[in-house]
Ligand binder design. Structure first.
Ligand SMILES: Nc1ncnc2c1ncn2[C@@H]1O[C@H](COP(=O)(O)OP(=O)(O)OP(=O)(O)O)[C@@H](O)[C@H]1O
Ligand SMILES: [Mg+2]
Length: 253
């Protein structure tokens, strides 16, 4: 029989492992993600050869008859299986420690496409009784949950959407991932970061600001030095006094 845990108040030493990064094009999303420890990039936009991290191109490939030859869903599934099985068998310096989904918007479209091509329809709504949507939700949810279960950092990258209110003229910015997909993905993320580029050309400076946090993270609990450095470069990630305390501790050592 299962034994239930004791009733007690726990003091967890939490660390973030799942990140959501969004921002305008060329604002430094892929650049930032590539500095995480041993990254593997699942790329969708074909500009992977410009990045410095090893990458796999995700795509649906159609055969001559128009039917699916390689489905993105299958491909993602195979990659996750390989990471579960093969990654842990590698020597420590050859193990991937971070998986980057660049960009999740496109992955969602590819999952949708794969389901449609498989069923021989134009859109999810053409599959009767809402089964298309149900299949899509299951596939996306499964993908996100499988990634979360891997002993790795997971980074989802999304583009930026600017919306200008016609009445007030105020422009607001948000991730371009559709809200219903955003909720599925973000329900499994710990930190949401927005990247921003200020200035142009050689004068550009790159900013990162934290938009949402699952809990208040203490920099003293972050065990990986690289990740600590990266997170310190994001404004609003840690409390100032916690960072000062950590600094004092380092100096006294
Ligand atoms: N923090 C930084 N310091 C210096 N250069 C940077 C920084 N961040 C980004 N860059 C430069 O900006 C360029 C564009 O960045 P990056 O490719 O990460 O943009 P992106 O947000 O992923 O854009 P896209 O949405 O088009 O993929 C990079 O080639 C890099 O040289
Ligand atoms: Mg990019």
């Amino acid at each position: 029989m299962i034994s239930l845990p004791k009733v007690e108040k726990l003091k967890p030493k939490t660390q973030p492992h799942n990140f959501f990064i969004w921002g305008a094009t060329m604002s430094g999303k892929s650049y930032f993600a590539s500095y995480f420890p041993n990254p593997l990039v699942l790329n969708t936009d074909g500009n992977s050869e410009q990045g410095s991290a090893p990458s796999i191109q995700i795509r649906n490939i159609r055969g001559e008859n128009g039917a699916l030859k390689q489905s993105a869903i299958r491909q993602l599934d195979d990659i996750i299986t390989a990471l579960q099985v093969e990654n842990s068998k590698r020597s420590a310096d050859q193990q991937f420690k971070t998986i980057v989904i660049d960009v999740i918007d496109d992955i969602c479209v590819m999952i949708e496409q794969a389901i449609c091509l498989d069923a021989g329809v134009q859109a999810l709504s053409d599959i009767p009784y809402g089964k298309g949507y149900a299949m899509f939700n299951t596939a996306l949810q499964q993908f996100v949950m499988d990634l979360k279960a891997l002993p790795m950092n997971v980074i989802y990258i999304s583009r930026e959407l600017s919306i200008t209110d016609d009445n007030t003229g105020v422009t607001t910015y948000e991730p371009s991932l559709k809200t219903k997909y955003y909720n599925i993905v973000n329900g499994n993320c710990d930190v949401v970061i927005r990247t921003k580029k200020i200035g142009d050309g050689q004068n550009a400076s790159y900013l990162r600001e934290v938009k949402a946090l699952r809990t208040m993270y203490n920099p003293a609990n972050i065990t990986d030095h690289r990740i600590l450095q990266l997170l310190e470069s994001c404004s609003g990630m840690f409390k100032k006094e916690d960072l000062e305390k950590l600094q004092q501790k380092k100096e006294s050592k």
